[in-house]
Design a protein around this ligand. Sequence first.
Ligand code: ZN
Ligand code: ZN
Length: 173
Amino acid sequence: MHVDIVPVGDLDRGVKREASTALRSIYDCEVSVHDQQNIPDGSYDSSREQYRAEEFIDLAKRVGSGGKNIAITPNDLFYHRRNYVFGLAYLGGSGSVISTYRLHTSSDGGFSQRSAEDIFSDRVRKEVVHEVGHTVGLEHCDNKFCVMNFSPTVREVDQKNESLCGSCQRDAL
Ligand SMILES: [Zn+2]
Ligand SMILES: [Zn+2]
């Protein structure tokens, strides 16, 4: 598998590095980082002051050079009726997206002895592994430590591991 990371908007170098390392270590795949892309035209909803997640997935699919392509953006995303999303992917699809916007929040699920950067990096890693997991056919997992567990808030993100549980690992192959 080859995953192309497509930075959209002004994305930190550290984020690209963390995302690459996590994807390589969990999926044992080839990872490349695409040139930075502009925010997709028309993706901004001015009444919500947020961006439509679907349009970032479309962009990643359009420009990405991988079998799987993940957009990563610092901009705040929403999807349909959900107030915000950390990320979005279609099951078995070739594109996905994560937003780092809400991963900076200070609540850290009880790991307060760790630095804010460490906590943020961990969240980025888990979110990319999670969304790419959907694209390799994985649905949400009931195991709260599995990276495929659904995490509506950073608290749940912090509680889970970066890796797939045994059952998801078997299903991903
Ligand atoms: Zn999910
Ligand atoms: Zn699992």
